[in-house]
Design a protein around this ligand. Structure first.
Ligand code: ADP
Ligand code: MG
Length: 730
């Protein structure tokens, strides 16, 4: 009987597992970056010439000089072999959720019958992995299946186990991007170019603007034995059924509570691995839901931060198993309690400081601050639907639009101080805006801004895009996502807004307006223009949904329809105008998005149908037979009237069970029919829409009845670990 298995696994899970406690005698500062070929290692293993050229590539974005490739490869190989490394791999981020790698040994024939360790520059720089099994959205036809992976020298190579990992970009033979990194790097270049030009209005010496990203990774831990007893978790990453636990997060006792010992060991272990790989992890804490936690590093340059997040997610899954856990990165593993996100803290900075930093003492500084805030808002307003598309997925859809952070409407929270500042600038009149730089005193009475703009009490947790001091926090990003998708879209949009800002300011200057006046004129115009995107109220409320629709913000919640925003003319113009992606690439990506959506719902639906018919219904029928048997037996030993009276409860249960069963069996069949109908649709978008409209809702309606059955069926018989068992780690 299945129940025996359940109790066995529950028992196993609750027995404290002996776990080795990770310890390091050295301090983090001593082993930070131990497995990274960073500048320090380059200095040691490369010639001065190669070292300096590599520094130029890393610090200034100079192109990689191919003539030093062999030497760099040789230095890397020597360093890696000193660490016992035998293999290398190009590590890339295809348009699936994870990363891809194919390992090759360093060994080559030496021509004398023996072997030699070899690693040449051309192998470091470029490879042609057999790419036919990665999603391409129709870009590559089967006869031209080649794709290139090419080294990204701005992200350092690192060592995991016996393998040298080389971060690479991945492109089609015909030049289109087949990964997240290519458009991300192009977007970062675009925002650098546009923001540098605008920053030079204020600080002429600025040469480069860097995008910073600090991600906060939320995740769940589940005991491994319980996980393996849940086919839905194993195959879809989330529970497709399961009634609420009587206690979940209502006591608010998990958030910032003390961390269970087993979990703390896991965290310590993962932090050691992360630090060794140069990921500057800093923060760990419990999250709102039981079994939910967060991990965050100090922010880094966005391209590197994305690589580090991808690496971290893979590592979390691996290390969790060592500690008898499974790490769930799915955005919504459990119904009825909080899901997981990946807040992306975003800012731009020059070599001299953060451009979104609280204004300093000079009026020019304040103007710089207002400029970058307002143009970011303009980017978010102009492309609010597209930004939602950039974070939308079958899995994140469970958070967006459901009654949980964040709503499926993109808006921005600024807080009182900054809101007042913008309103003040917008309301000021033209002649108030006298020169702020030179002899004429500035009469524009900008209120003074305290050094720390927003304290923790002035935080709005319901806003998907909140200003939090010296950065914006894009909170709608999903925990499982490659945050490159959100980052490349946001940065391209900001690049577009800043480019337009500069064009308009320059036009006013050409008309004879002084620089500060020209800037203020454009800012006033833009502050009024972006009003609809500003919202400081409760993003979860129904009133906001109505208000947002009135303001013309994108309120679509259907995942496959939200993807349409990528192909809006305004989006294509933006991506092509900033040289980030072409229409062909955008189309191909959407094909992949729709296809992925369909596959996910299809798998969920199949797994769920199987759970219903092969796990739940048989057990429930058995239990019902026990009840029926009991009713008969009561009749045998008691007079009819008494037997009826004392069987009343069981009779009611028998009837209830039959009703739920009938509904489940009918609806599972309906779900199969709907799948068949959807599968016949050739167009990927239409198919995804059919899955969204006709298959996905059935998962919910059927689940309701299964969860009701969980409440009435004998606990001894229930075949799957329950929420109360899955959620509380001991
Ligand atoms: P929270 O209170 O939201 O948890 P934290 O202070 O823990 O915020 O920071 C969250 C992340 O934001 C960290 O990765 C941090 O390094 C990052 N961060 C801080 N300042 C900036 C900035 N100017 N730009 C980008 N990220 C930043
Ligand atoms: Mg945060």
């Amino acid at each position: 009987m299945a129940s025996k298995l359940r109790f066995k696994v529950v028992d196993e899970a609750f027995k404290k597992r002996p776990v080795e406690v990770p310890t390091r005698s050295e301090r983090p500062s001593e082993f930070f970056g131990k497995y990274v070929f960073n500048k320090q290692k380059m200095y040691q293993y490369l010639s001065p010439n190669a070292y300096h050229k590599m520094c130029e590539v890393i610090d200034e974005g100079a192109p990689f000089d191919i003539t030093i490739a062999d030497e760099v490869a040789e230095g890397m190989k020597r360093w890696a072999m000193d660490l016992g490394v035998t293999h290398y791999t190009h590590w890339f981020q295809p348009l699936t959720e994870g990363t891809a790698e194919k390992h090759d040994g360093f060994v080559e024939h030496d021509g004398k019958g023996g072997m030699v360790e070899q690693f040449e520059g051309k192998i470091l720089v470029q490879q042609e992995p057999d790419a036919s099994s990665f999603p391409n959205g129709g870009i590559r036809s089967t006869f031209e299946a080649r794709g290139y992976s090419a080294w990204d020298p701005t992200s350092p190579v690192f060592v995991i186990g016996d393998t040298l990992m080389i971060p690479t970009i991945f492109i089609a033979y015909t030049g289109e991007a087949l990964d997240y990194k290519v458009p991300l790097k192009k977007a970062l270049y675009a925002v650098d170019r546009a923001a540098t030009a605008v920053a030079q209005y204020f600080y002429p010496e600025v040469k480069k603007v860097v995008c910073n990203l600090g991600w906060e990774q939320e995740y769940f831990l589940v005991d491994e034995s319980l996980y393996t007893a849940r086919p839905d978790l194993v195959m879809t990453g989330r529970t497709l059924l399961g009634h609420d636990s009587a206690k979940n997060q209502q006591m608010d006792d998990h958030y910032f509570g003390s961390i269970p010992e087993r979990v703390e060991n896991f965290m310590r272990d993962i932090e050691i691995h992360a630090l060794e790989l140069g990921i500057p992890v800093k923060t760990r804490h419990n999250e709102v839901a039981p079994g939910q936690f967060e991990l965050a590093p100090i922010f880094e340059e966005a391209n590197l931060a994305v690589d580090h997040n991808m690496l971290m997610m893979a590592m979390m899954k691996r290390v969790a198993r060592k500690h008898g856990f499974r790490c769930l990165l799915h955005e919504k593993p459990f119904k009825g309690i909080n899901g997981s996100g990946k807040h992306c803290n975003w800012s731009l900075s020059t070599d001299t400081g953060v451009l979104l930093h609280a204004p300093g003492r000079t009026p020019l500084d304040t103007l710089r601050f207002v400029t970058f805030i307002v143009e970011t808002l303009k980017a978010v307003y102009d492309h609010n639907g597209l930004l939602k598309a950039s974070i939308m997925s079958a899995t994140n859809a469970h958070r967006l639009g459901a009654n949980e952070a964040p709503p499926a409407i993109i808006s921005s929270f600024l807080g009182r101080t900054v809101s007042d500042l913008l309103d003040h600038v917008a309301a000021s009149s033209e002649d108030e805006s006298l020169s702020v730089s030179g002899k004429t005193k500035m009469r524009l009475d900008i209120p003074s801004i305290p050094e720390i703009l927003i304290d923790n009490t002035d935080r709005n947790r319901t806003s998907p895009f909140a200003f939090t001091g010296n950065r914006f926090e894009f909170r709608a990003v999903g925990s499982e996502a490659n945050c490159a998708s959100a980052m490349l879209t946001l940065n391209t949009a900001v690049a577009e807004a800043l480019t337009s800002f500069k064009q308009r300011v320059d036009a006013h200057i050409a008309d004879g307006l002084a620089l500060e006046k020209a800037i203020l004129r454009v800012l006033r115009e833009d502050i009024n223009y972006v009003r609809p995107i500003r919202f400081d109220g409760n993003g979860y409320s129904d009133e906001w949904k109505e208000e947002a629709a009135r303001r013309g913000l994108d309120c679509e919640t259907s995942c496959p329809v939200v993807f349409d925003r990528y192909l809006d003319e305004a989006s294509v113009r933006m991506f092509e105008g900033q040289h980030v992606m072409t229409r062909v690439e955008l189309r191909a990506r959407n094909e992949i998005k729709w296809e992925t959506y369909t596959k996910k719902i299809q798998i969920e639906s199949r797994v769920f149908g199987d759970l219903c018919m092969n796990h739940i219904i048989p057990v429930v029928t058995n239990y019902q037979s026990v009840l029926i048997d009991n009713v008969h037996k009561l009749k045998e030993i008691f007079p009819a009237e008494k037997a009826d009276r004392i069987s009343a409860n069981n009779l009611r249960l028998i009837e209830q069970i039959s009703e739920h069963e009938t509904f489940i069996i009918e609806q599972v069949q309906k779900m199969i029919d709907e799948r068949k109908r959807a599968n016949r649709i050739a167009d990927e978008r239409e198919k995804a829409v059919a899955y969204h409209d006709h298959v996905a809702p059935l998962l919910e309606t059927i689940r309701y009845h299964v969860d009701k059955l969980e409440l009435v069926v004998d606990d001894e018989l229930w075949p799957l670990p329950k929420y109360r068992e899955l959620l509380f780690i001991r």
